[in-house]
Design a protein around this ligand. Structure first.
Ligand SMILES: Cc1cc2nc3c(=O)[nH]c(=O)nc-3n(C[C@H](O)[C@H](O)[C@H](O)COP(=O)(O)OP(=O)(O)OC[C@H]3O[C@@H](n4cnc5c(N)ncnc54)[C@H](O)[C@@H]3O)c2cc1C
Length: 525
């Protein structure tokens, strides 16, 4: 598969938009801009589209590096429809049944499914007295979905007035409480409290501190299901890149942006690491918001997103991910499905180690991905492809020498996998690849090697997150995990939807050389 279009036609500057980063948020933004008539150039330093949603193939095993769970598929369908296309013609989604299994250290399990009766029975099996509380939790989750996802999540929150308007509703929904506190208020059993509160970890949030608005994820799963994209999320990214090209845009790879340029007080293009300058009427950065401001705008005096403020911000956790392929195992571990969560001995205290103390703990909790049970294309015949992910402190805390620590940490992870999930797997490994927070820093240019950019705490969400229209310079827009509404596939596709409401249509008379640049809004302080 080749992603590069050699010798693209030089687009006219007045209707030319540059998108830095071909992550899912950047590609979705490019599609939105293409639908508005902009000629888009997407630029990414990696060799393929998808960013964290890209893949690496080794010895016939395709390792989908990041996102595995596709929720809210209608977000993708709406994006495609906005471009006059049909998502389901381009990508095949498989509903997961069950969604995932959680294995607790005391031998208890919790299997999450879409079916209501099955879920009631699962809760009743574990803790009969919690069924009513569980049902109340689901109602709470739905209420937060309508407000947090369908209302707030789909509009720009860059004006202070927007924030003031929603504060009473935030107060009414007790957004000041954490996800865990909300779950604990509804159910007594600790297994269930875990099962209802761990979801923020999938978008980089500490369940004991992240706003309880995020309990909306339970409703998302129940109402819209959990899906897997055949070919991995890489297949979604590749399909997005094809739409951008069909709209007349181009997606450049192995190309790094060194600086966002300004002229007359507005964004005017980019300088590449090679020194080449590319000009455009608007620039969208899908690079991490921290990288965008501290590195790409390093020569611009900044009012809000100064280096000091970025350093003070709370960043999401880092990730240690071990990707491995096995041979001769396709009939083995029949009770291990596509998604498993293997819970370690501690919850609250372990989360504190990761997010507050910044200490690499001896114990761990794992998310394990085994796509080969759904998608034969991920492994050679008879083999399996896995990844095991453990949340760890980000690099900002210091103190972990990953070069030294990595083999030890992998050995501990292997022991846990042997004992709790896939006995005997180590003898059958044929391919192996490890990502530490240092890989996230170096591959995605992610500040502090964070897995999911800025942590989604209440004072770092909505108005308080880097805005989708830059506070610093007109003509610059931001999309992706570090902006509103936030991380996760539905989140970053949402950032592009919001961006689409802020960027004007491309000027029509694009071929006229003296066409004035369009008036562009800038976020109010
Ligand atoms: C291991 C893991 C598992 C996850 N699991 C899930 C899941 O199951 N479901 C879910 O919904 N979400 C999941 N997520 C979260 C989700 O993957 C991310 O939030 C989302 O993909 C981030 O997209 P993004 O658009 O912000 O950009 P990114 O994916 O971060 O892409 C940004 C791109 O910009 C490029 N770039 C940066 N700087 C420059 C520069 N100067 N010049 C050129 N290019 C540059 C980078 O190379 C990168 O390709 C997971 C994330 C990880 C890491």
């Amino acid at each position: 598969m080749t992603y590069m279009r050699p010798n693209p036609p030089a687009p006219s500057e007045a209707c030319h938009a540059i998108v830095i980063g071909a992550g899912l948020g950047g590609l979705a933004s490019a599609m939105r801009l293409g639908a508005k008539g902009w000629r888009v150039t997407v630029i990414d330093r990696l060799d393929r589209p998808g960013g964290r949603g890209s893949s690496i193939t080794q010895g016939g095993h395709r390792f989908d590096l990041g996102p595995t769970i596709v929720t809210v598929p209608q977000g993708l369908r709406e994006l495609w429809a906005a471009c006059g296309r049909d998502f389901d013609s381009d990508v095949t989604l498989r509903p997961m049944e069950p969604f995932y299994e959680i294995r607790f250290p005391d031998g208890e399990t919790f299997t999450a499914r879409q079916d209501d009766a099955a879920m009631q029975a699962e809760v009743a099996r574990i803790s009969p007295r919690d069924v009513a509380g569980y049902n109340a939790f689901l109602k709470d989750s739905e209420a937060r979905y309508w407000f947090g996802f369908e209302d707030l999540g789909r509009r720009s929150m860059h004006r202070f007035g927007d924030l003031l308007k929603v504060l009473p509703k935030f107060a009414m929904l007790r957004a000041d409480r954490s996800v865990y506190a909300h779950a604990a208020g509804r159910v007594k059993d600790e297994h269930l409290r875990f099962a209802l509160s761990f979801h923020p970890l999938f978008i980089g949030g500490d369940p004991f501190n992240v706003t309880s608005m995020y309990i909306l994820v339970s409703h998302l799963e129940k109402a819209f299901g959990v899906h897997y994209a055949m070919g991995g999320v890489q297949a979604i990214a590749a399909a997005m890149a094809r739409v951008v090209e069909a709209q007349g845009g181009e997606v450049l790879h192995d190309t790094e942006v060194d600086e966002i340029l300004t002229e007359g007080g507005r964004a005017s293009g980019v300088r590449l690491a090679s020194g080449e300058v590319m000009r455009a009427a608007i620039v969208v950065s899908n690079a991490d918001a921290g990288h965008t401001y501290s590195r790409l705008l390093r020569n611009l005096p900044r009012k809000r997103w100064t280096d000091a403020r970025l350093n003070r911000s709370r960043w999401s956790m880092g990730l240690y991910v071990w990707y491995f392929g096995t041979q001769g195992t396709s009939g083995m571990w029949k009770d291990v499905g596509h998604h498993s969560i293997v819970v370690g001995p501690r919850y609250r205290d372990h989360i504190k180690d990761i997010f507050i103390r910044g200490k690499l703990a001896d114990d761990m909790s794992l998310y394990v991905h085994r796509p080969s049970v759904t998608d034969p294309s991920v492994a050679p015949e008879g083999g399996d492809t896995f990844y095991a992910l453990s949340p760890v402190p980000h690099l900002g805390f210091g103190g972990v020498d990953w070069a030294e620590e990595e083999p030890r940490y992998r050995a501990k992870m292997a022991r846990m996998l042997e004992e709790r999930l896939i006995p005997g797997f180590q003898d059958r490994i044929t391919e192996s690849l490890v990502f530490t927070p240092e890989t996230f820093r170096d591959r995605y240019l992610s500040p502090f090697g964070a897995g999911f950019s800025i942590e989604p705490r209440i004072l770092q969400s909505a108005y308080f997150r880097p805005h989708n229209v830059s506070e610093e310079v007109p003509g610059l827009y931001l999309a992706g995990a570090g902006t509103h509404p936030g991380a996760g596939l539905p989140g970053v596709v949402g950032t592009a939807e919001v961006l689409g409401t802020l960027v004007p249509d491309a000027p029509r008379r694009a071929s006229m050389p003296d066409l004035p640049l369009p008036d562009l809004p800038m976020a109010a302080e």
